[in-house]
Ligand binder design. Structure first.
Ligand code: FMN
Length: 377
């Protein structure tokens, strides 16, 4: 089965194609420092030659990120991450860090007094911010100097990630955050050379990527997109096929991978989109590693078929990896999966985080219960 065949991913030879999708879980300290619980979580899910993409990490203190999400900008945060990466490496796993800038989806509550959020254009998301339980704020439109500063924040965060032992980074260009705010027509109304035409809306993401590549190497850099996934925070593009085709054609061709969220994804979208398809993007990126994500958690069969039918495809799994620390083994043997418990996605302790059982433990417990029952009868 292709899913369990090795594949070269940039600088790394992976032993299988099941990837842990980036998953924000709010188990960091209030000051964005990864905890020992996170060391345990990642260690449980690490496999030899398997790729874990760690949750979105704020690239700097200047973006208004949230308490209990991780950062990559203080000594303590990097020390916390070093323990996580060490745990994964002890099991011969590979771990990338996801570099996050929320743009207008942050909150000025977490900025220095008097500072404002920065976005592509001064347009607020027309929803409540569930992290602060208040309406989203109108951001300040990024100036050219801000843009250069933010690119530098990504570069510094990428170098910091490598210094904390990460094998590479994934630039978060998905889910309606800053990069997608620049890409999408609904959130980018700029009239300078970062807005308007497709090449202009693509300029920011291409510049961020090239700067990160120059800092840490293309083989250690990946990027994530969700052409139809920005909708939940109002980052909708009128020309997704054309826009993302242009981006792929102009991205550094030697990136470790591109990672796309399927339009059928039902985590961010209220209604899964069953009409659109990633196939045109697969075609442009053919011959190189393409990670597909979204909608696999409810269908182990789909994971295998997609990897089988698409050359150079890896499958990133979110919710089913949350609830199955031994997901890779379960898929390999066709064992049943634990169900995820949504109510613990964003809580703060081990419950619903590191306490999901592995298959062998369930089987052993069931066997010994059966034996005890036999003895008793
Ligand atoms: C609890 C939770 C947290 C998430 N956090 C992130 C994140 O930090 N970065 C990101 O790009 N996507 C994030 N996602 C989206 C997942 O990476 C993935 O795309 C989504 O869960 C769909 O995959 P699935 O159907 O296998 O769950 C998150 C999803 C969930 C359920």
């Amino acid at each position: 089965m292709k899913l369990f065949e090795p594949i070269q991913l940039g600088a790394y030879q992976l032993q299988h194609r099941v990837v842990h999708a980036p998953l924000t879980r709010l188990r960091n300290t209030e000051n964005n420092v990864p905890t020992d619980l996170m060391v345990e979580y990642h260690r449980q899910r690490a496999t030899k030659g398997g790729l874990l993409i760690a949750e979105g990490s704020a690239v700097s203190a200047k973006l208004g990120g949230f308490p209990h999400t991780p950062g990559l900008f203080t000594k303590e945060q990097l020390e916390g991450w070093s323990k996580v990466t060490q745990g994964v490496h002890e099991k011969e796993g590979i771990i990338f860090s996801q570099l996050w800038h929320g743009g207008r989806a942050g909150s000025s509550l977490y900025l220095e007094k008097g500072q404002q959020l920065i976005g592509s254009s001064p347009i607020a998301i027309q929803k409540m911010n569930i992290m602060t339980n208040s309406p989203y704020e109108v951001p300040r439109e990024a100036t050219k100097d801000d843009i250069q500063d933010i690119i530098q924040q990504f570069v510094t965060a990428a170098k910091n990630a490598i210094s904390a032992g990460f094998d590479g980074v994934e630039i978060h260009g998905a889910n309606g955050y800053l990069i997608q705010q620049f890409i999408s027509t609904s959130s980018n109304k700029r009239t300078d050379d970062y807005g308007g035409s497709i090449p202009n809306r693509a300029r920011f993401v291409l510049e961020v990527t090239e700067a990160v590549v120059n800092a840490i190497g293309a083989g250690r850099t990946g990027i994530r997109f969700s052409p139809w996934g920005g909708e939940y925070i109002d980052a909708v593009d009128e020309t997704s096929y054309e826009t993302y085709s242009y981006i792929l054609e102009h991205l550094n061709p030697n990136l470790a991978y591109v990672h796309f969220i399927e339009p059928r994804d039902d985590v961010l979208r209220e209604t899964p989109d069953l009409e659109n398809s990633l196939d045109p993007f697969r075609k442009i990126w053919q011959g190189r590693p393409f990670i597909s994500s979204g909608g696999y958690s409810t269908s182990p069969e789909l994971i295998a078929t997609e990897a089988e039918n698409n050359v150079n495809t890896l499958i990133a799994v979110g919710r089913a990896y949350i609830s199955n620390p031994d997901l890779v083994e379960r898929l390999k043997h066709g064992w049943s999966l634990n169900k995820y418990k949504r109510e613990y996605f964003y809580t703060s302790d081990a419950v619903g985080y590191t306490d999901y059982p592995i298959y062998n433990d369930i089987v052993t417990t069931a066997d010994s219960t059966e034996q005890q029952e036999e003895k008793a009868s």
